[in-house]
Design a protein around this ligand. Structure first.
Ligand SMILES: [Zn+2]
Length: 279
């Protein structure tokens, strides 16, 4: 079997994908999770449809290896919905009538929430006249941000919100700075205001790190934990703050503003009752 961490963090979806292989939908829409998880599961789906092993995907046969390396001849991968042009979709239409080299041709479009109406309509045409051997995969943070006509023609799978966190130095440093700000009200904003100080991937890691801290506070509640002093209700509110920040980041709002909002919201929550709002 293909060994990939996303398959354990999103095992429920991987199992559903395994079941879909016997009767693949024309268009699969993966929403939720992180951007990376959606991408990995799209590749998992592509491998599942083309793997030579049974049960697959093995991760080792030629189609599996080529799909992981983005070298599969029958895979068209568009990474940014907002950059997809109508011509790109139109030019593919004659290709859809041809027989794929292996079992299935894959058309993956990431960040579909940015898709313009012209390419979305061209895509819709292809979905309305499905040709055998083609499988579309649309990826987006939330289905609500897609054209409803695309959603209604897709088989939708909703990924879990990620909770797994693997420690790395840069994230730990950022988390220390964020913790410092939350405790003292100083420091963090200079970091986020620096141009490119925190990018999207790093922001997601910081949020995961915060969620990890919060979960630890719920299980063990050690005094060193940033959230240990919070009541259950306040912990719940921090969870909601993290969720909102994560959504903002997925929708490509300005990362610095989202991270600033995150820090200030947690700071307010931690300092409630300490009269920090006094004007
Ligand atoms: Zn394989």
């Amino acid at each position: 079997m293909w060994n990939n961490p996303t398959l354990s963090s999103q095992s429920r979806i991987a199992l559903l994908i395994d079941r879909l292989v016997s009767c693949p939908p024309n268009c699969l829409l993966l929403e939720g999770g992180t951007r990376n998880e959606r991408r990995e599961l799209a590749l998992y789906w592509a491998m599942s449809l083309n793997c030579r092993a049974n049960p697959g995907p093995c991760g080792q046969c030629p189609p599996c290896v080529q799909i992981q390396g983005h070298e599969f001849r029958d895979m068209f991968h568009m990474e940014e919905g907002k950059k997809v042009k109508i011509e790109e979709i139109r030019d593919l239409r004659p290709v859809f009538s041809q027989k794929p080299h292996f079992s299935y041709r894959l058309i993956i479009i990431e960040e579909c929430q940015g898709l313009g109406s012209a390419p979305a309509n061209a895509l819709l045409k292809s979905l309305e006249e499905p040709k055998p051997g083609n499988s579309f995969i649309l990826l987006a943070p939330q289905r609500e941000n897609l054209f409803s006509t695309l959603v209604s023609r897709s088989f939708v799978l909703t990924l879990n919100r990620s909770t797994s966190y693997t420690q790395d130095d840069e994230t730990e440093e950022l988390f220390r700075e964020l913790s410092g700000f939350v405790r003292t009200g100083r420091g963090w904003l200079t970091r986020t205001m620096k141009k490119g100080g925190v990018d999207q991937a790093m922001a997601q890691k910081v949020i995961l790190r915060c969620r990890h801290e919060l979960i630890q506070a719920m299980i063990k509640n050690e005094p060193s934990n940033l959230f240990s002093a919070l009541s259950p209700e306040m912990k719940y509110q921090v969870m909601m703050i993290l969720r909102k920040a994560e959504d903002s980041i997925s929708f490509n709002v300005r990362i610095d503003l989202a991270m600033e909002w995150l820090a200030v919201s947690i700071w307010k929550n931690l300092n409630r009752g300490k009269n920090v709002y006094r004007k």
